[in-house]
Write a protein that binds this ligand. Sequence first.
Ligand SMILES: Nc1ncnc2c1ncn2[C@@H]1O[C@H](COP(=O)(O)OP(=O)(O)O)[C@@H](O)[C@H]1O
Ligand SMILES: [Mg+2]
Length: 428
Amino acid sequence: MDRQALQERFGLNGESPAIKQVVDKVMQIAKTDITVLLQGESGTGKDVTARAIHSISDRKNADLVIVNCGAIPEGIIESELFGHEKGAFTGAHEARKGYFEKAHNGTIFLDEIADTPKNIQVKLLRVLENGEFFRVGSSKMYTSDVRIIAATNKDLWEEVNEGNFREDLYYRLDTVKIKLPPLRERQEDVIPIFRKFVTEFSSKYDSVFKGFSDEARELLVSYRWPGNVRELKNVAEQLVVLEKSQFIDKERLQKYLKGRQHQGSADNLPVVAANEQKSGEDKEFKSSAAHDPTLIYRALVEMRTDLSDLKKMLAKFLYSSFSSKEIKALPEAMPRDFDPNDISIYTNKQGEESLGVRSMEPEDDEETDEESVDSFFNDDEIPSIEKAEKFLIQQALKKFEGNRRKASQALGVSERTLYRKLDQYELQ
Ligand SMILES: Nc1ncnc2c1ncn2[C@@H]1O[C@H](COP(=O)(O)OP(=O)(O)O)[C@@H](O)[C@H]1O
Ligand SMILES: [Mg+2]
């Protein structure tokens, strides 16, 4: 397969020297079993690249198992990765294979590797070195023949220096590094990739794209694209759908880039600008993205095409917001279409319950009429921040049967702020 064929087949578009280098490296190493580290900001194509490597490798007929190491709660990550024996902990009614066993003869993609808890890093090192691991609750050694692809949006070496990441594991992973440069560093890719997306979406939505003014085109190229190709794709989709048959001038385009002029935060989510904060008393709203419904909403709108970041945040948000007793009732309170197969309740050895993200493999979903994130954010209409905030507040109150103290804690705002918002939205 030549470079162009590979780019077409896997949707790894672009004509910059940087992207050509990426594709060439993929072709060079795909057929080997060498460990690959993909490094790049969110939305630069790490997933696409990992899939391409697996699909042209000799392991293509076995599974590619994708694990988001940053999204799995600490309490269950070991059993998720390495499996567990029956009775290993309360609730372990069956023995269960972990991802490393499922990926036998195939590839395992360890996404967000930098966020792996340190006690698990030791165990990863061992699998990487000789394929050996133990299921939780078992002293029998298992082995698995897997090819490892890891990805991170952080500077892994910096993580080593800060003591967050084991140096030995770093060297083990850093055999072949593929850097996916941010879109702003390969501006010549913007228009060609944008064209591909517009063609794709025009046919999907049976719409016509009338083209750009010169100024609009310049803006498209010079914009910082903090969400990288994912964001470009999202903007292309919105323009095709919402600006059907309109000629796009600079002002029109700006509407779709507005409010996103800021560099991504640590996990590359858009940051709310200081002047967008309603007032100083809302300081608690500035807390981390994992606790901020406004940011969750914003991320959803801006990354509607790819819900994985939102899933992760919501899982973290819910996980850290509810005490163990409250967690039991959580799945009902959660929007049903959210991806329920990813999230479930686990009980550990001490009998504590925790919210977990289950196997990433699709299972048969149950149909349900409950209001869901998907139906709430319907494709044709982007709801206002207010509407989303109101929705989140209602969900929290419903879950806690009207208990405002618990609801405000869960939402990560003060009770005072919650009261004010109840007033503002005329919710009782
Ligand atoms: N070079 C590219 N050409 C076309 N689409 C791309 C390219 N890189 C990424 N994408 C698209 O952008 C989105 C985000 O890519 P993804 O691989 O999930 O990024 P990451 O894993 O780095 O966050 C996906 O929809 C993907 O298809
Ligand atoms: Mg990804």
